[in-house]
Every structure is written in structure tokens, then in C-alpha cells.
Design a binder for this molecule. Structure first.
Ligand code: UDP
Ligand code: MG
Length: 340
């Protein structure tokens, strides 16, 4: 199998890899693919992904029972109809329809919860911007004993300047906040059954999987690949959604923003103390002046800091509120196969 130009690099694995699995029987692979309004790209995706699976089966890399599970995340176009009709003609395609749009991260969890008949899972976006051939390299790494293999982009040339820069700021701030993230890894990753079971034990609603998966701690490694441009349909991550994901990532992994607020509060209080001493001295020495500008500036500044701080605290309280409700993450409306 061609796995040229795919480089396997070992990254901070918390423990060494498990025993070599090359003697094991062929693994059943489930590719989990969240789909939201992807009617424009799905025909292309199915052609390529089934070709890839057939090649892996023929070359005895994966078990013939392997498949791709398409999770329709409450699409409003004909995504589900396309998935359902393809699943009738190909045993390699399964479909699961969520009752409404729950977001990419929840769609992934819904998919991972429904592939427990398989040994290995790979999550991939429906537009196939990620390289299918990198899955072969991921499987090799799994055979060498790694439970989790991250797909990492080797460059960001296909992104706009804006997306490149915002991604850089995002990763820098996440690392600063103490999150254990793999830079330039999104949600293209291999997880074996043990890792998926461990991930499903995290019962939180505020999902940010690329921050959560490293917390599992099983042996992990990376595979580098070149990401292509989307060839049809639109990105489902405009700036507003990217910002939401960034806030989700930070608030679900770190309490450092709350500490920053406390630190800024302390700093401003120290300045206030100095200002009080200065005001008293000015009063005593009779140098008081009508200081309209300084008062106005300090009122606006303090107002801004307080509102921002309240907003950050509110964000965390909102998360606690949603977590305490323990609402179901999603509801499955239809499946194209019979579950055992
Ligand atoms: N997606 C989803 N639910 C959503 C938004 C996106 O399941 O609410 C899926 C989408 O169909 C795709 C993946 O998440 O398979 C990533 O989306 P996209 O390719 O638009 O993101 P980008 O590559 O632009 O960051
Ligand atoms: Mg994409």
C-alpha cells in the first residue's frame, strides 16, 4: 500500500506503546464521518472512501466487515437521502441520523458510540480535506502498539491568511492556558476500542474532543499529512463558529481565565490603593483640581474590565448550568443498519 510522503512522528506519549499487534487478526475499521448539509460533496466522498476501503480490504490491511459510518447532524438539505440510498447499495456505508443539528463534536461522539462492534475507529470530515492515505499510516502506528494516532497537518498553505493567523493565536493561547493540545491537529484521528471506551466515560456536555482525547493518557503518536482544499460545498466553520469552538475549548479545559481575572483585579486594586494615597496627599496639601478627564477614563476603564470579567465568569457559570441539567447529548432518529 502506498504510504509515501506520510511521515510518522512520535509525540509526547505518556507511556510507551503496547506490544506489537502485527500478529493480530485483521482489525475491523469504522470510519466516523459527521455530515452537516454536505449534499454537494457526498457523492465525491463516497466514491473515494469506498475505493479506499476496498483497497485496504483487498490488501488485507483491514477486515472485510469494515465500514464508514456517516452521522447526519440534522442536515436541512438532502444529505440523509444520499447517505440512506448509498447505504442500500454498499455494505461499506452506514448511516445514522440525529434528530437535529447538535454540532460537529456531538456528532462525532454519536458516531463513536455506535461503532463499538469494531476494533479501530478513524474520525474524518465529510469533505475529505484530510488525506485518506494517512489512515494507512495510522493503522501501521496502531499495529505498532499506539491506541491513539493524531492526524497532524504538516503546513497550512491551503488556509487563508486570516484562518492561519487565527489558528496560530488559538493554539498559542490554548497552550498558554495549560491545555495539552497537538498543534495543527483537528479531529482527524485514529482511536482503538479501548481509547473510544475511555473517551465515552467523559460524560461532559461541553465537548472539545481534541483537548479531551489527550487526557485519556493511552500511548499516542502522530501522522503528518498535507490537507487539501474543500472542493465542493461550504465550510461549516465561519468566524462566529470558530470563535465559539475556541471559547468552548478554553472554558472546557482551563480555569486560567478566572485566575487572570483575579490577577487583574489584584493589580487594579493595588493601583487604586496608590491613587487613594495620592488623592489624600493632594487634598491635604491643597492641590485638588477638577479632574474630569481622569475620572471619566477610569470609570470607562473600570466599567469595561468589570463587564469583561463578569462575561468570563458568566461563561463558566453557563457551562456549569448546562452540565448540571444532564440533558441527553443527542437523539438518534434513524439508522440504516440493525444494531445487535
Ligand atoms: N459538521 C457537523 N455539524 C456541524 C458543523 C459541521 O457535523 O454543525 C461537520 C461537517 O459536515 C464536516 C466537519 O464537521 O464533516 C467539518 O466541517 P467543515 O469541513 O465545514 O470545517 P472546516 O474544514 O471548514 O474547518
Ligand atoms: Mg472541511
Amino acid at each position: 500500500m502506498r504510504i509515501n510522503n506520510i511521515k510518522i512522528a512520535i509525540v509526547k506519549s505518556t507511556s510507551s506503546a503496547n506490544a506489537n499487534r502485527s500478529n493480530l487478526i485483521l482489525p475491523c475499521l469504522a470510519i466516523v464521518m459527521p455530515c452537516y448539509n454536505e449534499e454537494a460533496i457526498l457523492p465525491h466522498t463516497f466514491t473515494h472512501i469506498t475505493k479506499f476501503l476496498l483497497m485496504c480490504i483487498q490488501e488485507a490491511v483491514i477486515h472485510p466487515s469494515s465500514y464508514v459510518l456517516c452521522v447526519d447532524d440534522g442536515s436541512s438539505d438532502s444529505t440523509w437521502e444520499i447517505i440512506a440510498s448509498n447505504s442500500k447499495t454498499s455494505p461499506l456505508i452506514r448511516g445514522l441520523k440525529l434528530s437535529r443539528n447538535q454540532g460537529h463534536q456531538t456528532a462525532l461522539i454519536a458516531g463513536l458510540s455506535n461503532i463499538l462492534d469494531c476494533d479501530v475507529s478513524v474520525s474524518i470530515d465529510a469533505d475529505l480535506q484530510d488525506d485518506l492515505l494517512a489512515i494507512s499510516a495510522m493503522l501501521s502506528a496502531w499495529r505498532n502498539g499506539y491506541d491513539i494516532v493524531y492526524g497532524v497537518r504538516n503546513e497550512r498553505k491551503t488556509d487563508t491568511f486570516f484562518k492561519r493567523k487565527t489558528a496560530e493565536i488559538f493554539y498559542r493561547s490554548m497552550l498558554f492556558m495549560g491545555a495539552n493540545l497537538t498543534v495543527n491537529h483537528a479531529d482527524f484521528r485514529l482511536m482503538d476500542r479501548r481509547a473510544v471506551n475511555a473517551l465515552l466515560n467523559y460524560k461532559e456536555r461541553n465537548l472539545f474532543l481534541r483537548g479531551l482525547v489527550p487526557l485519556i493518557g493511552f500511548p499516542s503518536t502522530s501522522v503528518h499529512y498535507a490537507r487539501q482544499q474543500r472542493i465542493a460545498g461550504k465550510s461549516k466553520y465561519p468566524l462566529s463558529r470558530m470563535l465559539c469552538l475556541a471559547v468552548q475549548g478554553i472554558t472546557s479545559l482551563s480555569v486560567i481565565p478566572l485566575r487572570i481575572i483575579a490577577f487583574v483585579g489584584l493589580l487594579i486594586s493595588s493601583f487604586a490603593l496608590l491613587a487613594i494615597v495620592y488623592a489624600i496627599i493632594s487634598k491635604v496639601t491643597g492641590h485638588t483640581m477638577p479632574g474630569w478627564t481622569s475620572i471619566t477614563i477610569s470609570i470607562f476603564f473600570m466599567g469595561g474590565v468589570q463587564m469583561l470579567s463578569l462575561g468570563v465568569i458568566g461563561e463558566y457559570i453557563g457551562k456549569i448550568y448546562l452540565e448540571t441539567k444532564q440533558r441527553p447529548l443527542y437523539h438518534v432518529e434513524s439508522l440504516t443498519w440493525k444494531k445487535n
